[in-house]
Ligand binder design. Structure first.
Ligand code: PMP
Length: 371
């Protein structure tokens, strides 16, 4: 098979799997238990938290472990909105956010919060003037993702943070799920950061919300005292450990992996030139891991099925919105309906080979010639 859907999820790395096997035999105790075995498990969580903060260079942030980025996003948005509603009821976001952001904000809008969507420029970057003009004394929260999951466009979070810093009541949340382990920057420009294990060769069912120490959140999962006051429940000790391992591993290899993936992307782009009616939607701001194209001879759905029938796996929009026939993000960037219904997301990894790209092009070319 040829797997070209690493932005939907990644396989668990051998390093994470091996360590998990050993870990579960040794540290199975409940870290909330006060006996020696429980304390040992708690020490392990504390060490993992230190490792995560060091790998991400977020030494002044706290870590809340969650079930994944969907929960992290829910906790960040609901947690801040509810905690700070006495300061205002206005929230700003972008049209490029993941469904777990949009759905949570739709929910908050029904609870009386006012949500504004900032305009994007023609290259898919946040229009900074529009952002500035949307801010009022009532704005308490801004949520802007680091990397869009469909086109892979990286937002300039430092510039955005500079604007937001002028307003002390604004908390800046960034869903970094598609950027962690891929994009190097000072993540601390955001007050709250969401990430997920399964996008970085870790397990599904574990993620984190990192937040500045002085930030307080209303919990969405209430429970007994645990490692965080903002999230009840017995900490999933081995999943937490696995997340630390996955983050540590990906940052140890990022300097080697990123140039390698960029080379693969350039190879893929050069080979795609041979296919008529194929347009590239990703642009110079996109990460090397994501190549979004439109092939206007067929719908994205048809092409996804065709590739799947040939053991080649990729996405139309993003995995979480793949039941929708049209890519909102491609429509926004290209202004072209035909391109939006025929978009395909190819996502690459350090595990991808040129031979896999060749196979993909061969199967693609065969379709193109016969239609
Ligand atoms: N945010 C983004 C940008 C994502 O790509 C995803 C996963 N598709 C999520 C959030 C949700 O992550 P999880 O599957 O860990 O809930």
């Amino acid at each position: 098979m040829v797997y070209l859907d690493y932005s939907a999820t990644t396989p668990v790395s051998m390093a994470v799997l091996d360590e998990d096997y050993l870990f579960n035999q040794r540290y199975f105790a409940n870290s909330n238990s006060v006996h020696a075995l429980g304390k040992e498990a708690l020490v392990n969580i504390t060490n993992t938290t230190k490792l995560i903060k060091k790998s991400l260079n977020l030494l002044d942030h706290k870590v809340i472990y969650t079930s994944g980025a969907t929960e992290s996003n829910n906790l960040a948005l609901k947690g801040i909105a509810l905690k700070n509603k006495h300061l205002g009821n206005h929230i700003i976001t972008t049209p490029f956010e993941h469904g777990s952001i949009t759905a949570t904000l739709n929910y908050l809008a029904k609870q009386g919060f006012v949500v504004d969507v900032v305009e994007m420029d023609e290259e898919g970057l946040v229009d900074l003037d529009d952002l500035e003009s949307l801010i009022t004394d009532n704005t308490i929260l801004v949520s802007i993702g680091l990397v869009n999951s469909e086109l892979g466009i990286v937002q300039n979070l430092s510039k955005i943070a500079e604007i937001l810093k002028k307003h002390s009541q604004i908390v800046f949340h960034s869903d970094m799920t598609q950027g962690i382990g891929k994009v190097l920057l000072d993540y601390s420009v955001a007050d709250l950061i969401s990430l997920s294990g399964h996008k970085i060769y870790g397990f599904k069912g574990i993620g984190a919300l990192l937040h500045r120490k002085d930030i307080k959140l209303t919990p969405i999962i209430h429970g007994g005292k645990s490692i965080s006051n903002s999230r009840g429940g017995t900490p999933p000790t081995s999943l937490i450990h696995s997340l630390g391992k996955a983050i540590d591993e990906i940052y140890k290899h990022i300097e080697i992996n990123n140039p390698f993936i960029l080379e693969l992307k350039e190879y893929l782009l050069s080979r795609l030139k041979g296919i008529k009616d194929c347009y590239i939607n990703s642009n110079r701001h996109s990460i090397p891991q994501i190549v979004n194209i439109s092939y206007t001879k067929a719908s994205g759905k048809e092409m996804q099925k065709y590739f799947s029938d040939h053991d080649i796996y990729l996405s139309t929009t993003s995995a979480c919105s793949s039941d929708k026939a049209i890519s909102k993000v491609v429509k926004e960037i290209t202004g072209d309906y035909e391109r939006a219904v025929s978009s395909l997301r190819i996502s690459l990894s350090h595990l991808t080979t040129k031979a896999e790209i060749d196979e993909f092009i061969k199967v693609f070319g065969a379709y193109d010639e016969s239609h």
